[in-house]
Design a protein around this ligand. Sequence first.
Ligand code: NAD
Length: 374
Amino acid sequence: MHIGVPRESDPGQRLVAATPQTVEKLVALGYDVVVETGAGADASIPDDGYVAAGATIGDTDAVWGCDVVVKVDAPTVSEVARMHADATIVARMSPDDDPALVEAMRAAGVIALNLNSVPRISRAQALDVLSTMSNVSGYRGIIEAAEAYAGMFGGQVTAAGSTPPARVFVIGAGVAGLAALGAAGSLGATVRAYDVRSDVAEQIESMGATYVRVDAAAQESADGYASELSDEQEAATQRVYAAESAAADVVVTTALIRGKAPITITAEMVAAMRPGSVIVDLAASGGGNCELTVPGEKIVTENGVTIIGYTDLPGRMPKHTSQLYGTNIVNLMKLLTPGKDGQVVLDLDDVVQRGITVTRAGELLWPPPPVQVS
Ligand code: NAD
């Protein structure tokens, strides 16, 4: 079979779904890979890099005519119309928010696989693009904070005197939060972190940061996501957020509950922060954890606090993010190619494959049945 790698149609999307390293792995699985002219240009990957890895370069029709199309963003309805029946499209999709696309994929008879819905089980970690994006966002969020912060992250001792390290407070120590606290620590900041799941305290401390304790029980539901807080827990955590943010130079918020962002930093807390301090809202895509966040923007408040609400942090490091994303796709293709013979075999009895399947052969298979975490 042929795998097509299109150039992303959104001009703001700098990522690409395959790199020369991942093309080699797809070829080793028995596939012929066709990359659209210029697909990797924004990720600093020239066409000849793909050719050296064993791909051919084709135009838009050649790529969309392939048996499998791998993408970063969901396809458009007109892109789906270019695919042949029984072809497979692999991309990050939001089926609940885009019924017209789901219907187009169903009607076209394509197999639609949604990388945003990989079940959170250990076995599926290697193809979990949400973890990849969170990881990269956590790192890049700190780089953006370091640029915006009025001081230095690492404490300095110079002939002209010394300056203290920046104090960084991270809310939510999931994949993004841990990446952020690791990056902040490596730049020399003093890092403190809080998560409603108190079992992450050990992980936080193993990375040299301090776990901030709140007198409230941890909550995690059966599917591995944090659940909403009770009123009493809410009041206790709000007091901690107020005290920590007032003392911090940089606050990084990452709290998401099923893609939605609870408010953790209120306007009042921002008003109590020092001029020159920074908030990086890594939950901006879900509306933001800070009451004043403007998703997609960097703003400065009247009291001089910078609030970074960028939603394109992974795309700001397109080379390595594409490499990690492309590897997630290789790991999916390994699962879909049991014979290593370049033939996709979709096994709907496998919870991982079932969890990502939106449509197949004219059938709507969304939403998938819930999966319990292992
Ligand atoms: P997430 O993006 O859903 O949430 C980010 C973090 O914020 C979580 O740690 C959550 O507990 C925390 N949080 C939520 N509300 C909060 C609040 N009000 N205050 C403070 N913290 C709050 O989580 P994530 O980063 O995707 O992952 C969380 C955990 O799941 C990690 O331990 C990760 O390793 C695990 N995980 C496992 C798999 C897998 O096994 N395939 C995949 C992804 C994540």
